[in-house]
Design a binder for this molecule. Structure first.
Ligand SMILES: Nc1ncnc2c1ncn2[C@@H]1O[C@H](COP(=O)(O)OP(=O)(O)OP(=O)(O)O)[C@@H](O)[C@H]1O
Length: 298
């Protein structure tokens, strides 16, 4: 049985008349890396805020660790970064982390370990103000890891970073996940979710459009692009085929046919020819994750 870390049940948040999160349900199982993927303003931060008890829920509920403890205790097992990192500029990274330990009443014994995880051990004595944006973000991750959380929650972890900084953060997140920490991150970047996450919840305007494995999101049967000399009878012929989900006209004589099961271009060509349709163009393609994401969010 997978161990459930967090379950959202019809979670809803309204700000006045506008609904930021609407009837959102999904579960987070131990050991996976989840991405909440959606465009700006789709309700990702609001969702994280609710489960972290910093935003009041309008309706619905959430349950940490299968309701085995109250939210206050549960959140002690959660590491989260939902705002931009805030540390004392004149203090070293290490001293900043020591202070976090004092405030949160956690043992200082983990400091070296977390600095190593985020690759800041050699810069631990430097003042925070000398850090690059990427290093600041890595220190924030280190800080969130101090209490050995069961789950690490990150809101747009690579926002504002340069390509090298983005790569470093992504590698560190993968390393943390590899060591067994469950991860939940919010991102508007499809490639980020594709690169880091095992599972994805796609949301738009606060509503869930898809939840499942990232690799299964990519498992569509693809589509065939075909042209025939005379379109007229061809579309009514397509209408009768059970392996076709739908089709659309992309150019005057070119049709894009979405498949609902595995069907090869060769088989399709043969069938068309037998029915008297000579194809002048035929190609089978698979939709990229990006195309599917755009289709979902459009
Ligand atoms: N305190 C608030 N008062 C009123 N409206 C709010 C408040 N916080 C968020 N919203 C609205 O709720 C919706 C969802 O915002 P949210 O920040 O959760 O989205 P997001 O997906 O995290 O986007 P972004 O990546 O831009 O932060 C938006 O329309 C936003 O304007």
């Amino acid at each position: 049985m997978p161990e459930t870390i967090l379950e959202l049940k019809n979670l809803t948040k309204r700000f006045g008349k506008s609904t930021a999160v609407s009837d959102l349900s999904f579960s987070i199982e131990k050991g996976n890396v989840y991405g909440i993927l959606g465009p700006n303003g789709s309700g990702k931060s609001t969702t994280l805020g609710m489960v972290l008890n910093v935003i009041n829920v309008t309706s619905g509920s959430f349950e940490w660790f299968s309701d085995t403890m109250d939210t206050h205790d549960a959140l002690k097992k959660v590491g989260a970064i939902i705002e931009s990192p805030n540390f004392y500029p004149n203090m070293s990274a290490k001293d900043n982390l020591k202070l976090v330990c004092k405030i949160k009443e956690i043992d200082e014994g983990n400091i070296e370990n977390v600095l190593k995880t985020v690759e800041l051990l050699d810069r631990q004595h430097d003042q925070f103000k000398t850090y690059s944006l990427g290093m600041k973000q890595r220190l924030a991750i280190a800080s969130a890891l101090l209490n050995n959380p069961e789950i690490l929650i990150l809101d747009e972890p690579t926002n504002g970073l340069d390509p090298k900084g983005i790569h470093q953060i992504r590698e560190i997140i993968k390393k943390i996940a590899h060591n067994g920490t469950t991860i939940l991150l919010a991102s508007h970047l499809l490639d980020e979710v594709e690169k880091i996450c095992t599972h994805v919840v796609v949301i738009r305007q606060g509503k869930k459009l898809y939840a499942g494995r990232v690799d299964e999101m990519n498992a569509s049967f693809g589509y065939i692009e075909a042209s025939v000399e005379k379109l007229d009878n061809f579309t009514s012929f397509l209408d009768r085929l059970d392996f076709i989900d739908k089709f659309d006209n992309i150019e005057h004589d070119q049709i894009r046919i979405f498949l609902n099961k595995d069907y090869s271009a060769g088989e399709f060509n043969k069938l068309c020819f037998e029915k008297g349709f000579v194809l002048t163009h035929l190609i089978k393609r698979k939709e990229s994750l990006e195309e599917q994401f755009l289709k979902l969010t459009n």
